[in-house]
Ligand binder design. Structure first.
Ligand SMILES: Nc1ncnc2c1ncn2[C@@H]1O[C@H](COP(=O)(O)OP(=O)(O)OP(=O)(O)O)[C@@H](O)[C@H]1O
Ligand SMILES: [Mg+2]
Length: 357
C-alpha cells in the first residue's frame, strides 16, 4: 500500500543542514495497522508527512497504492491527499464551525458533492464515531476525546484508503486513549482502511498495531510484528521505549545474568502457552528449582503473553530448557552469546543491579 525507498530528508538549519531522515526503507501492507515509534525528534512526523507529500523527500521515492507519487502535482496531488486522511495530536478543528460543519469541510472543498449528499455523509460519519448528538456543538464544547472523534470523522470524509495518525492520542488521558484506539481498530476492521500510527508510547503500539518500526535519529533501527519487537527488543532505542511502558520501569530487560549460581533464562509464553501450568511440571520432571527474578504479563492486541526471567538450578537444567522449548516456550539464555558457552558470570555484567520481585 505504501512503500518508502531510500528516503532521506534534510532541513536547512542555523548550523547547516539537519538530517531528519537518513535512509528509510519501509513497506506498509494494505489493511494493516502499522506503528511508527520513536522518541522526540526521531523523525516520526517528518516520515508520516512524506506519505501524503506534505513534505518532499530530499532523495528517495514514495509509492502509494503501487504508483510512484514522489513528485505528484496539481490534480494528482489533490487526489492523493484525498485518498490519505490525517489525524493530528491537537485535533486542528475549525473553532468557528460546528462538529457537523468541520466534518463537512473536506467534502465541500472537493466541489464534487451537493448539500444533501454532504449532509447524509456527515450524519453517517458522526454515527460511526459516536457523535450524532453533538453534531451542532462547537469544538470548545467538547472533551478532548470527542474532539479527536471529530478529527477522525473529518479524516474519513473523503473515504480514504489510508489514515495517518500523528500522536492522535498523546493529548488524551489513558481511558480516552483506549476508546480512541478502539475506534481506530474498528475503522480498520470494518472499512479496511490502512492505518499508519505514530506515537512515542509503546503501550499504544502494543494495544493497536500489527507491525511496528522503531525510528531512532532518522533511521529504522528495528521492525517487525509487534509481538516480536515488544517481547524481544534488540536495539537500545527499542529497549528504552519498552521499559517506559512497564509499570515498574521495565527492569525485566535490564536483568542480564543471575548471581544466584543458576542458569538465567528469559521465558516467553505467548498465545495458548501463556496459560498452561508447564513450568512446575517441567521443574519436577527434571529435578530443578527455579526462582523468578522478574516478569510481566499482559496482552499484545488479543494475544496473551507472560514473560519471566528465571534462574534455573538443580539436576537437569539443560533437560528443562529442552522441555520448555518442546512445549512451545521461547527460551533465551541471558548474557548474550557468552551464556551459551560460559557457566560463569561475565564480570562486566555482574556489576549490574539485580531486580528481584
Ligand atoms: N520544518 C522543519 N525545519 C527544520 N527542521 C525540522 C523541520 N521539521 C522537523 N525538523 C527537524 O527534524 C527532526 C525530526 O523532527 P520530527 O518532527 O519529524 O520528529 P518527531 O519524531 O515527530 O518528534 P516529536 O515526537 O517531538 O513530534 C528534528 O530534529 C526536527 O528539529
Ligand atoms: Mg512529531
Amino acid at each position: 500500500m505504501i512503500r518508502l525507498e531510500g528516503i532521506t530528508k534534510s532541513f536547512a538549519g542555523k548550523d547547516g543542514s539537519v538530517a531528519a531522515l537518513d535512509g528509510i526503507d519501509l513497506t506498509v501492507a494494505k489493511g494493516e495497522i502499522f506503528g511508527i515509534i520513536g522518541s522526540s525528534g526521531a523523525g516520526k512526523s517528518t516520515l508520516v508527512r512524506l506519505i501524503n507529500l506534505l513534505e518532499r523527500p530530499t532523495s528517495g521515492e514514495v509509492f502509494v497504492g503501487g504508483a510512484r507519487v514522489t513528485d505528484a502535482k496539481g490534480e494528482r496531488l489533490r487526489e492523493l491527499r484525498r485518498s490519505i486522511g490525517m489525524v493530528f495530536q491537537h485535533f486542528n478543528l475549525l473553532s468557528a464551525r460546528t462538529v457537523a460543519s468541520n466534518v463537512a469541510y473536506p467534502l465541500e472543498l472537493t466541489g464534487q458533492y451537493g448539500k444533501i449528499e454532504i449532509a447524509e455523509r456527515v450524519a453517517a460519519l458522526l454515527a460511526r464515531v459516536g457523535l450524532t448528538e453533538h453534531a451542532h456543538k462547537y469544538p470548545r464544547q467538547l472533551s478532548g476525546g470527542q474532539k479527536q472523534r471529530v478529527g477522525i470523522a473529518r479524516a474519513l470524509a473523503c473515504e480514504p484508503q489510508v489514515l495517518l495518525c500523528d500522536e492522535a492520542t498523546s493529548a488524551l488521558d489513558p481511558q480516552t486513549t483506549g476508546s480512541v484506539l478502539d475506534l481506530l481498530r474498528q475503522i480498520n476492521r470494518e472499512l479496511g482502511v490502512t492505518i499508519v500510527l505514530i506515537t512515542h508510547e509503546m503501550d499504544v503500539i502494543r494495544r493497536t498495531c500489527d507491525r511496528v518500526a522503531v525510528l531512532d535519529r532518522g533511521r529504522v533501527v528495528e521492525e517487525g510484528p509487534v509481538t516480536d519487537v515488544f517481547l524481544h527488543p534488540r536495539h537500545p532505542a527499542t529497549l528504552r521505549l519498552v521499559r517506559e511502558a512497564e509499570p515498574d520501569g521495565g527492569s525485566l530487560d535490564a536483568i542480564a545474568v543471575s548471581d544466584l549460581g543458576g542458569r538465567t533464562v528469559r521465558l516467553t509464553f505467548t498465545g495458548p502457552t501463556a496459560h498452561k501450568p508447564m513450568l512446575g511440571r517441567i521443574a519436577r520432571e527434571n529435578l530443578i528449582d527455579y526462582s523468578i527474578l522478574g516478569g510481566r504479563i499482559g496482552h499484545i492486541r488479543e494475544t496473551p503473553y507472560a514473560q519471566f526471567v528465571v534462574s534455573l538450578s538443580g539436576r537437569d537444567v539443560a533437560g528443562a530448557i529442552a522441555g520448555l522449548r518442546a512445549s512451545g516456550v521461547d527460551v533465551e539464555l541471558q548474557g548474550g552469546a557468552l551464556a551459551e558457552s560460559l557457566p560463569v558470570v561475565p564480570p562486566r555484567l555482574q556489576e549490574r543491579p539485580l531486580h528481584v520481585v
